[in-house]
Design a protein around this ligand. Structure first.
Ligand code: DGL
Length: 281
């Protein structure tokens, strides 16, 4: 919710031009940024990738919450009007522990569930994510509450984040394909017709995942759905920018800027050289 002091008109006019803050443990949140750039080209975006502490997905709930709280605090040092936790892991563990209370916020879970439940015809949805996401049961509980007729087939894919962060993303990469077949075959055998990519890193290998799952299975990108929700939410709050020129993306990372610049191209399909800065909180 927006705090009261932010709702008067003069404030709102200023806040409209603030940036959208996005964070992830690493590069994965760039899948949300890519969609934001497509649907909200005039918005400024401030991104934080906690590349020094990735992966989050194999850590404890307490550690993930602590990291997420620090990521949020970092973004709040900038002029931002909404925060997206573009990380399936953070979104899962923070589902019942609000990490942002003083400005508009979204994780990826609710937007992804909405899209997946709309797309399924046979009411059988596959879900892939990090071990922490799957262990949290976040998606299963939320779907049971909102769409009890839908069955979920969950599968943790611990190696995917490492493969993607290290650039093993080619459609024909034999290592990634072997790992993907191992993870996805049991899900495919359950005849799901939708697969939620519950970790924001996974859309980078969506072609390969789609090839294994078969062309009839709809892939839902949690990051992209969070971006779509953000547009709708800011619109409802009358906080979309009315800037006439293209917005700017600024990236902060807690580890090497070079590594981020090199790999970001796999996510964004554009060069981010010169827009990436190192930040140690
Ligand atoms: N991008 C994070 C997610 O969506 C996963 C990466 C990690 O394990 O840190 O879950």
């Amino acid at each position: 919710m927006i705090p009261e002091r932010r709702t008067d008109l003069a404030d709102k006019e200023n806040i409209r031009d603030y940036a959208i803050g996005v964070f992830d443990s690493g590069m994965g949140g760039l899948t949300a940024v890519k969609e934001l750039n497509r649907i909200l080209p005039n918005e400024n975006i401030i991104y934080f990738g906690d590349t020094a502490r990735i992966p989050y997905g194999s850590r404890s709930r307490e550690t993930i919450l602590r990291y997420a709280t620090e990521d949020v605090a970092f973004l709040k040092q900038h002029k931002i009007k909404m925060i997206i936790a573009a990380c399936g892991t953070v979104s899962s563990v923070a589902l019942d522990t609000p990490i942002v209370t003083d400005m508009p916020f979204t994780g990826v879970i609710a937007p992804a569930i909405e899209a997946a439940c709309k797309a399924t015809k046979n009411k059988r949805i596959g879900l892939i994510g990090t071990p922490a996401t799957i262990k949290s049961g976040s998606y299963i509980h939320a779907i049971a509450n909102t769409h009890p007729e839908v069955m979920v087939v969950p599968q943790a894919c611990p190696l995917f984040v490492h493969l993607v962060e290290n650039g093993y993303t080619d459609f024909n990469n034999p290592v990634t394909r072997l790992v993907a077949e191992e993870y996805l075959t049991p899900v495919k055998n359950e005849n799901v017709d939708v697969l939620i990519l519950g970790c924001t890193h996974y859309p980078v290998i969506a072609d390969l995942i789609g090839d294994i799952m078969g062309k009839d299975v709809v892939l839902v990108s949690a990051g992209a759905e969070a971006a779509k929700f953000t547009k709708q939410h800011l619109d409802e709050l009358e906080l979309l920018s009315d800037r006439n020129e293209k917005g700017k993306n600024t990236y902060y990372v807690s580890d090497s800027t070079e590594m981020f610049e090199e790999n970001a191209v796999n996510f964004l399909h554009e060069n981010v050289h010169g827009d990436v800065f190192r930040s140690d909180f």
